[in-house]
Structure formats: structure tokens, C-alpha cells
Design a protein around this ligand. Structure first.
Ligand code: SAM
Length: 264
């Protein structure tokens, strides 16, 4: 882990602003948005059995949350936000990519879900003085210039007793160690958007690129959370396998996701 992550500030303000501008542009590219919505790390969210496996794990993680207000940060096309809405939470999803939010609106509408989407920075969510019973983020911390600061900010936005869920994933066995470039290319578009030198050099400056589940636990503890535990997405592997057998064309994910949850 980068030695400064726990202090919160890992890049000066101007550098962080420039890095986020590079990533925002990248995540807003229409081909990248389309690739993400269809691709390996999101494809399973179009499948009901996989969605159910995710919902079961998420609901276990947020048992005894103090309210039904949920906030999902770096929500992309509302991936986890739509799960909260299906579980009965009043949900807000925040992302800085207008294309992702548009895709999220479309998917939510097609599912008959009522979700609020807001364009904004996950490191400093534009939610005024609202607080939430549940805050989540999936596959986002690695791409933030200030992951430690962000987690502290999110803890401030939690109600007392609220749950913070940081969702990450581990590489499948035998895959090569990730580099910024291979990580960014995990869900590459077939054509259109590509990682260029400018983007690659921005990725190289990120402090949390290759974080482990235990790093998430340490960051959560440093931000003042307790009862921190790691949960698997039980049932996901068998649902993925059935999906692969039903439709060989679907690019089902091969990494192993996990949820780290802590209580304020
Ligand atoms: C790897 S995708 C994950 C999307 C979604 N959470 C999911 O699980 O499908 C990362 C998302 O984080 C968003 N993102 C990255 N940095 C952000 C920031 N500083 N503020 C808001 N959104 C951000 C990107 O636009 C993208 O939608």
C-alpha cells in the first residue's frame, strides 16, 4: 500500500484534479461506456440468477443498517445502485461520467426502478448534508487519487450504525500480476476507446491501483469503522457457470469479487 493512503492525501490538489479529468474523459467515451455495460465485469448483471447471488450477499452485508437510504459511488450504469433499489432502498448513484449515468437511467427504466442519479466526484459526493444508512462502491477505489481521504469522507456521510461496503475482486488463478495497463484493459472495448500513453501515465500515478482485500480493511479501520468483515458473493460462481452454458457469447467475468463491510 502507498505509505500515504492512510493519511488521506496522496496527491496535491492540482495533480488530483488533472488525474480525475483524464479518467473522467476516459470513462465518458461512448465506446468505453458501451464496452463496460456489455463487458466481462458487468455482463453478469443482465442475468437474474447472478443478480440474485449479488443481492443475497449485499443484503447479508447490510443487515441492521439504520435506514433505507443508500448511496452508491462511482456507480457506472447503476450496477450496485440498482441492487439497492431492488432490495427496497431509496437509492442515489453518483458518477462523473455522463455516459455511464445515461446508461444507468436506461437500465433502471427498463427494470421499472426508481433511482436518483447525480453527476459528481465520488471523492467528494455532492449530497449536501444528507446522510445514508448504506454507502457502497464497486471497483472504484483503485482509480481515485485520494482513496484514503475518500473513505473518510464516506464515513462522515454515514448515519451512526451505517454500513460502508467496499467491493473489490481478485484475479483468477494463474493470471499474470496486474499492471496499470492490464487492469485498465480488463474490459476492453472491441474498438474505439483505447488506453493511450497519457491515460497510462495517469494510471501510473494512482496510489491504490493494486490493492488487496486486507488493504481495504486497514483503510476502513483507519477511518474509524468497526465490525469489519469480508464476505464472498456465495452462489455467484454457479450462477456464472450456468450463464456460460446457456450463452457462450456472453463475456462472463472470471475474477472473484468480494465485499468488505464495516459499521460506523
Ligand atoms: C470500474 S467502473 C465501475 C462501475 C460500477 N461501480 C460497476 O461496478 O459496474 C469505475 C466507475 O467509477 C467512475 N469513477 C471513477 N472515478 C470517479 C470519480 N472520481 N468520481 C465519480 N466517478 C468516478 C467511472 O466513471 C466508472 O463509472
Amino acid at each position: 500500500m502507498h505509505p500515504d493512503v492512510l493519511n488521506g492525501i496522496t496527491a496535491d490538489f492540482e495533480t488530483a484534479r488533472k488525474l480525475k479529468a483524464v479518467f473522467r474523459e476516459g470513462w465518458s467515451h461512448p465506446e468505453r461506456v458501451a464496452g463496460w455495460v456489455k463487458g466481462g465485469l458487468h455482463a453478469e448483471f443482465h442475468d437474474e440468477a447472478c443478480r440474485q447471488a449479488w443481492k443475497d450477499a449485499l443484503s447479508e452485508a447490510v443487515q441492521l443498517a439504520p435506514s433505507d437510504r443508500a448511496l452508491d459511488l462511482g456507480t457506472g450504469p447503476g450496477t450496485i445502485a440498482s441492487m439497492w433499489a431492488e432490495l427496497g432502498f431509496r437509492t442515489t448513484g453518483i458518477d462523473f461520467s455522463p455516459g455511464m449515468l445515461e446508461a444507468g437511467h436506461k437500465l433502471a427504466t427498463s427494470r421499472g426502478l426508481n433511482l436518483e442519479f447525480i453527476e459528481g466526484d465520488a471523492e467528494d459526493p455532492p449530497v449536501g448534508d444528507q446522510s445514508f444508512g448504506v454507502i457502497s462502491t464497486r471497483f472504484v477505489l483503485y482509480t481515485l487519487p485520494h482513496p484514503g481521504y475518500a473513505v473518510r469522507r464516506w464515513v462522515q456521510l454515514l448515519e451512526p450504525g451505517g454500513k460502508l461496503l467496499l467491493i473489490g475482486h481478485e484475479r483468477p488463478d494463474n493470471s499474470p500480476p496486474p499492471t496499470p495497463t492490464t487492469t485498465a484493459l480488463q474490459a476492453p472495448p472491441k474498438r474505439g476507446w483505447q488506453v493511450d500513453d497519457h491515460y497510462r501515465s495517469a494510471l501510473d500515478q494512482l496510489p491504490f491501483m493494486d490493492h488487496k482485500p486486507t488493504d481495504l480493511q486497514v483503510v476502513m479501520e483507519a477511518a474509524g469503522l468497526s465490525e469489519i468483515r469480508r464476505l464472498p458473493i456465495a452462489g455467484l460462481e454457479s450462477a456464472r457457470e450456468q450463464l456460460r452454458q446457456r450463452d457462450a457469447e456472453v463475456a462472463v467475468g472470471t475474477s472473484h469479487p468480494y465485499i468488505v463491510v464495516g459499521r460506523k
